[in-house]
Design a protein. Structure first.
Length: 227
């Protein structure tokens, strides 16, 4: 069995080992001990150390702020990048963008829309378009598709004449006396016949003047007429 070392024996062994290491270090420092191996390589590493590289801190460059008698001023030459500074200092040709072909500059809608010509807005056509947009007022019992282009004139449009077929001579034929040249004339003739708009206008005015002095006088006049 191995002997248990005391503290004094351990201290003695450590001291002997330290002495041997010192002797090896002395031998390494002399030329004769160049081939010997040493555990203490601190001196050798110190000799083989390379110099530390210099840090690129960039403080050598001139900043864009300078002190002028206690006032901080900026250098415009330093604030603008070099590639942009060339464009700012020198002259460069201005590129003119090609003018886009707008719809208003076209003479027709194109082959996809049967070459509809550009709208020639005459006073008569303007009145007809306004009347078409108000067609739901003229005929409230008929349902029309909702119009989202109120007040807008179509860029391309064309007016034509409806040609009756041979089978429509008796079924859908309009009498000659009822035919008119424009939509406005037809609307006026229809109003003279039924008087719907005039009646509606009277109803609105009567509702607005209800409770006023004129309305009260009309009520009294009707009462006097009764027997």
């Amino acid at each position: 069995m191995s002997e248990i070392l005391t503290d004094e024996q351990i201290d003695q062994l450590l001291a002997e080992a330290e002495a041997r290491l010192r002797e090896q270090a002395v031998l390494l420092s002399t030329p004769s001990g160049a081939d010997e191996i040493s555990l203490d390589t601190t001196e050798a590493k110190a000799k083989e150390r390379k110099p530390l590289p210099k840090l690129r801190h960039g403080l050598g460059q001139q900043t864009y702020i300078k002190d002028n008698q206690g006032v901080a001023l900026t250098k415009p030459q330093a604030t603008i990048p070099r590639d942009q500074r060339k464009l700012a200092d020198g002259l460069r040709p201005v590129e003119v963008a090609e003018k886009s072909k707008k719809i208003n500059d076209q003479l027709s809608a194109g082959p996809d829309w049967f070459d509809l010509p550009k709208t020639n807005l005459t006073p008569q056509l303007k009145r007809d378009l306004q009347l078409i947009q108000m067609r739901s007022v003229l005929d409230p019992h008929r349902h029309y598709k909702k119009n989202n282009r109120k007040g807008k004139v179509p860029t391309f449009s064309q007016t034509g004449t409806v040609i009756e077929g041979p089978t429509e001579f008796y079924s859908s034929r309009i009498n000659k006396k009822d035919r008119h040249k424009t939509f406005v004339e037809e609307a006026i003739a229809a109003e003279k016949e039924n008087g719907r708009l005039k009646r509606k206008y009277s109803e609105v005015q009567e509702a607005k003047t209800s409770g006023q002095k004129a309305h009260y006088k009309k009520v009294l006049a009707k009462r006097k007429k009764k027997p």
